[in-house]
Design a protein around this ligand. Sequence first.
Ligand code: ATP
Length: 366
Amino acid sequence: MNLEHFLKSGAPGWMGDKGLDADIVLSTRIRLARNLDGYRFPLSFTDHEAIQVDEIVTDAMHQISNKEHNFSHFTIKDMPLLQRQVLVEKHLISPLLSKKEKSASVLISNDETISVMINEEDHLRIQCLAPGLQLIETYALANKLDSQLEKHLPYAYNEAFGYLTSCPTNVGTGLRASVMMHLPALTMSKQIKVVTQMLARLGMVVRGIYGEGSENLGNIYQISNQVTLGKSEEEIIDDLQSVVVQIIQNERGAREALLKNSRIALEDRFNRSLGTLKYARIMTSEEAAACLSNVRLGVDLNIIKEVPLNVLNECMILIQPGFVQQYAGTTLQASERDVFRAKLLREKLNAKTQKLMEEGEERYDV
Ligand SMILES: Nc1ncnc2c1ncn2[C@@H]1O[C@H](COP(=O)(O)OP(=O)(O)OP(=O)(O)O)[C@@H](O)[C@H]1O
């Protein structure tokens, strides 16, 4: 596949409204960090080593490519900055990889559920993504790929420590399991602070929508394990699964309480946000994300019936700066992006409503 295939649509192949608890858990990600024995870590390797690692890993990936998972290879420094940004916004590469100029590349499966990043913080970062809460299934996929690669690659592994990684926080399993959750009711009721503190005590981290260092946009939180050493992969997955199930219950409880105590205020909030998304002429990404979050909660609570969840999921990606510029077909200043963002949202949301009305579907209650 050429790069255009991965750039053209806002909704990545892994995204959808099908997985378990998909109203609250947007997606699941499993990431394995691996390195090749005999080569220095990317922080300190030479350009020559970087090229060698890239070639060895790419070659191994081509050997394991099959009908089910066929991979396309892209070299980061050959891509214009805007295209890199769009891949970050689709979560197909990490922000760190997008900034790499030394021989760094990515192999993306044609269905966009798997990316293998080469020479990011480690020689390999294997990532698998799925919609909803699918920790066990997604780990099984990553583990299968990892085992196939291990037959072709000499992984840096130590009997006492496990897989060796660039950053000590990844040593051991090299596993980061994460879920992206939409938690508007816990945020509105200010319980999110307590949840974050509880997660820290349990050795978990809360990050923004684009991972480490990114901000919380649209009440979306990325929750992942911090500890990779001293626990098996299965334990890490089980621990995260239990915590996530608990948070889902808390979020559902907080939603019920909000609905019971302030139904009219909520209806007003959701419908105002929908109106803003459909008719505004200028929209910052923060405002768009906040409105999308409100409408999403409105859909989950069955108050708004005219917008499908997958359109909202896609809009969350389309409002990002790279996508807005790709849509406009040119680079834009922040204030110009706000105008195009509003146009894009109007088109996306009005087109969907129009289609549903033509099909005779029910409109939302007023
Ligand atoms: N559950 C998820 N769904 C979709 N994308 C995700 C999910 N979790 C993480 N990501 C994406 O993965 C990228 C990297 O995130 P993050 O920095 O948290 O990960 P990491 O690979 O564990 O890095 P590090 O070990 O360096 O902290 C980001 O673009 C983030 O949006």
